[in-house]
Design a binder for this molecule. Sequence first.
Ligand code: ADP
Ligand code: ADP
Length: 232
Amino acid sequence: NKILMRTESIKRYFKGKNKTTFKAVDGISFTLHKGEVISFVGPNGAGKTTLIRSISGYLVPTSGKIEIMGLNLAKKPREARQKMGVVFGGDRGFYNSASAYDNLAFFARLLNVKEKDVKNNVLNALEIVNLLNVKDKYVGSFSKGMMQRLHIARGLVNKPEILMLDEPTAGLDVESVYTVRALIKNLKEAGHGIILTSHDMADIETLADTIHLIGGGKLVFSGNTDQIKEFA
Ligand code: ADP
Ligand code: ADP
C-alpha cells in the first residue's frame, strides 16, 4: 500500500524566562497510506496541535523529518505543501460577495493550478462536495453545512492526494455532520490519505482506520478503534 506521508518529528519550545526548553512533540513518527484515515487523540497539552501544525508546514520542527509524497517538507516546503489540502472549519476565509465558483477559482490560482485546469478542477471539487448546483450563488448565502463542504472543496481544488481535515464537523447541525462524514468516507474510498482531527469521538470511531494516542509529546499507542478501546 502506497505511503503518502512519513514523519519523525521533534518540537521544542522555550519555557519561562531562563530559556529552558521542553519537547512538546518528542519523536512522534507515523505513516499515512493511500485510502487511510488517521487521527490523533490525547489529553490537552499532549502535543496534538503542535504535531498537526508541523505536518501542515505552519510550524518548523526543531528536528526530525517530514516527508510528503516523497518530498522533504523542510527542503521543498512549497512543493510539499501543495501535495496536501489543509481544511479548516468555520465560516471565514471566503469572499462572501463572490460566488462559490469564483472563490474556488481564486484559490486554485493561488495554489498554482495551471490556467487551463482551473475550470475543470473547480467544477470537479464542487461536484465531489455536492455543491455544483449552487456554484453561482454568493457564498454569503450559504448555510454552515454548505460552508464546511466549500472548505473541503477548497482543499481539493489542486487535486492533492493528502487531506488534512481540522475539526470538519465542529459547529454543524446533526444532518450536516452526517453529510460531512459520508463525504469523508467517499474521499477515503477515492484513495485520499486523510488526517482527521476532531473533538467528537464519534467522528473518529466511524472514520479513522488508525488512531494514534498521544501523551506528553510521545506516541503512546496506535491501533484501530477496537484496539484503542482495549488499550484504554
Ligand atoms: P494539544 O493540542 O494536545 O492540546 P499542544 O500542541 O497545543 O497540545 O501543546 C503541547 C504543549 O506545548 C503544551 O504544554 C503547551 O502548553 C505547549 N505549547 C504549545 N504551543 C506553545 C508555544 N508556542 N510556546 C511554548 N509552549 C507551547
Ligand atoms: P487549540 O485549541 O487549537 O489546541 P491552543 O489553545 O492549545 O489551541 O493554543 C492556542 C495558541 O496558543 C496556539 O498558537 C499555541 O501554539 C499557543 N500556545 C499554547 N500553549 C502555549 C504556551 N504555553 N505558551 C505559548 N503559546 C502557547
